[in-house]
Ligand binder design. Structure first.
Ligand code: AMP
Length: 299
């Protein structure tokens, strides 16, 4: 069937075209009218190159809120490595298609860095009560200041009721909860389970950069974490970490950056087990020179 072009021109017929906002002003205008009509706003921050892991967060937001906004923005201030930032996949057209398939009424915010940061692309300094010094914080200089800065900006523009974050970046999730409570940002932070490929590999935009062989081998990461969980029932944290380190040393494809069994609240390495505390095992590992992270609950 042919649709006449003046039908396509009608503003109310925008179901075939996603709303993509590019400027702070556009977001301000959009949010002002949503807030006037008392609508709840769900917000999902992403760096694009969207996959089913992102889709699971977006679906939760759509189910629980009147409006869902997804930002697609590769945030320069959270990268400590220029080549990692350069190589980060940027696939906005595909991202728009994927979001449209979930629900075409979702609003996308895809600003440039200059626009979002108003020409001052720099991090503010934050204290997250020590959470920022563990694991990723030790290996990615300034990373969480960059994450705090960009979310502070997005939250103040979008004023979400609920914001959705994956447990894939568990340390980030805990830091965002701290950011919101400490700086009283008034957003509910909702943690979402890790979405995995059939092989167990945690879905990640970075997986696209793996060679087919690397992608197959990367299943070893989750497999090892699951075995570590079994061992954790009978061994100390130190012994389990030692075992994981040896497993990765045996396998030339990998370069293990860290493995840590930590308390989920403090993220500090576990010294002595307590039945009252919850622990997870966290890992960062290079394969094909691509850095992947994963974690699972231990109890
Ligand atoms: P990113 O685009 O990598 O910054 O991720 C955006 C959000 O999606 C973050 O809250 C991530 O934790 C979350 N996310 C990424 N991969 C997954 C996954 N495999 N399962 C669940 N959440 C994920």
């Amino acid at each position: 069937m042919q649709i006449s072009s003046n039908v396509l021109d009608l503003p109310s017929f925008n179901f075939y075209k996603m709303t993509v906002l590019n400027t702070r002003k556009e977001v301000f205008n959009y949010i002002s009218s949503a807030k006037n009509s008392n609508k709840t706003i769900g917000y999902v921050p992403t760096m694009g190159a969207l996959h089913k892991g992102h889709a699971s967060l977006i679906e939760q937001s759509v189910t629980a809120n009147n409006i869902t906004i997804v930002s697609v923005f590769v945030n320069p201030t959270q990268f400590d490595n220029a080549s990692d930032l350069d190589k980060y996949p940027r696939t906005l057209d595909n991202d728009i298609d994927l979001i449209k398939q979930i629900d075409p009424s979702i609003v996308i915010f895809a600003p440039t860095a200059k626009e979002l940061y108003q020409n001052n692309v720099a991090s503010k300094k934050y204290s997250f009560d020590g959470l920022e010094h563990e694991m990723e914080g030790k290996h990615r200089e300034g990373h969480f200041d960059g994450v705090g800065t960009v979310l502070d900006l997005f939250f103040s523009l979008i004023k979400p009721t609920n914001a959705y974050f994956g447990e894939k970046d568990f340390q980030q999730l805990q830091i965002v909860k701290k950011l919101v409570s400490k700086y009283k940002l008034g957003v509910n932070i909702i943690g979402c389970e890790i979405f995995r490929e059939q092989s167990g590999l945690a879905m990640s935009s970075r997986n696209e950069r793996l060679s087919p062989k690397g992608r197959k081998e990367a299943a070893f990461i989750n497999k090892t974490l699951i075995e570590a969980k079994e061992q954790f029932n009978v061994k100390s944290a130190a012994k389990v970490e030692e075992w994981v380190t040896k497993e990765f040393a045996k396998n030339n494809n990998f370069n293990l950056e860290y493995v840590s069994i930590a308390n989920i609240k403090t993220l500090k390495p576990l010294k002595r087990k307590s039945k009252k505390q919850q622990y997870r095992i966290f890992i960062a590992v290079f394969i094909d020179n691509i850095r992947l992270i994963d974690n699972i609950a231990l109890n």
